[in-house]
Design a protein around this ligand. Structure first.
Ligand code: G3P
Ligand code: CA
Length: 380
């Protein structure tokens, strides 16, 4: 794919912001040569959703010791679609039940965004451990390639924001990355939630994560920035197969051709097409970042069929930077009617969680798995 490189920095800054990552957005903005008024406004508007200062006091107390839940076979049911390559997207009976539009609130899966990244340094063992303790169904991790072609869990294209290093992640070997401190930044940014243990937290390879957390955990991994991380699909699929984790993994991506390639490599691994719509502030028109789809209201049967050809789920955002909501209940229902898993990113406010569950989503990416667990408990 490798189509988007020109605008990638600006778009990535935007997505970082919408995903609860204002600092990363600012970093990308700066790297892009300076101020982008739109992004500045957007970053401010996302403070309410994303700022770690808004953490509840309930982090420790609300760890529900739900590790056993991670073993629940129901956890995987939603993802176990038959993903055919012949243009169909058949579901087993169980799957049809899981993705039915009449599904119950409890079917909404907790997808811990970079682990419990609202509570601990993202994509480190601390964030993963806390997400598991909080009852997350899935551990979401962005995957990139190192200079020596290792797969590592890391979101930003550059290591500056979340480590004491500098430069692009792809310019560093795994050994070099392991020497970095990927935790102290969190303490500096979140003094109320700082923990000395986070100092020196390591960047983790995907292999290490699979080995450490094993088959009782579900991994929702993303082929990130494929215009930089070329040819990461085959090694990723090989690793999933070597570990026998086809039932423990969802692979997500904004990059359609990355998912299509994975679908061809192994049609058993559930895939989710991520979507990001830019909103023209003057006209209100929406344009999907990588031209995967038209605006939500303009999507046709053919558009849904094209995604269903390789993917089992769709992962849209809820809001544009300025607060414009890009999807609504009808769109969620339309996605459900097409038998897609519907996973919305990145939802940190309980009101939004309730509203989206009312709409019928089947999962939410959140930095605060504990908040979502509370919401699910309230609704049960
Ligand atoms: O994977 C869903 C969401 O995480 C996409 O945004 O930028 O946080 O990877 P980002
Ligand atoms: Ca992600």
């Amino acid at each position: 794919m490798k189509k988007a490189s020109l605008m990638s920095t600006i778009f990535i800054a935007g997505i970082l912001t919408a995903c609860g990552d204002n600092n990363a957005a600012e970093e990308n903005m700066n790297d892009n040569g300076g101020a982008d008024n739109e992004t500045n406004v957007e970053t401010e508007n996302n403070d309410d959703n994303n700022n770690n200062e808004n953490l509840d006091e309930n982090d420790e107390e609300q760890n529900n010791d739900n590790e056993d839940d991670m073993n629940d076979e129901n956890m995987n049911n939603e993802a176990n679609h038959d993903n055919n390559n012949d243009g169909t997207n058949d579901s087993s009976e169980d799957d049809a039940e899981d993705t039915s539009a009449e599904g119950t609130d409890n079917e909404a899966k907790i997808i811990a965004h970079r682990g419990a990244s609202g509570h601990a340094p993202e994509a480190t063992s601390f964030a993963i451990d806390q997400a598991i303790d909080m009852g997350a169904d899935w551990i979401e991790l962005d995957i990139q390639k190192t200079a020596d072609d290792e797969l590592v869990a890391f979101h930003d294209d550059e290591i500056d924001r979340t480590t004491d290093g500098e430069g692009e992640i792809g310019d560093h070997t795994l050994e070099e990355l392991k020497e970095l401190d990927a935790g102290s930044w969190f303490n500096e940014e979140n003094p109320d939630d700082a923990d000395e243990a986070y100092e020196g937290a390591e960047i983790l390879s995907l292999e290490e994560i699979f080995e450490e957390y094993g088959e009782d955990v579900n991994y929702y991994i993303e082929t990130k920035s494929t215009y930089l991380n070329e040819d990461m699909e085959e090694p990723m699929v090989n690793m999933v197969e070597e570990f026998g984790y086809e039932d423990n993994v969802i692979i997500q991506s904004f990059h359609q051709d990355s998912l299509q390639e994975i679908s061809e490599l192994n049609s058993d691994i559930p895939l989710v097409q991520l979507l990001w719509w830019e909103v023209d502030e003057e006209t209100g028109e929406m344009e999907e970042w990588l031209d995967v789809t038209p605006a939500p209201d303009d999507m046709t049967e053919e558009d849904f069929d094209a995604i269903a050809d390789y993917a089992d789920g769709i992962g849209p955002h809820l809001e544009y930077y300025d607060g414009t909501e890009v999807i609504d209940e009808d769109f969620v229902q339309t996605m459900r009617d097409h038998d897609f898993m519907v996973h919305i990113y990145t939802i940190n406010e309980e009101d939004d969680m309730h509203r989206l569950m009312d709409w019928g989503v089947t999962g939410l990416f959140t930095d605060y798995p504990d908040r979502m667990q509370d919401v699910l408990d309230e609704r049960s």
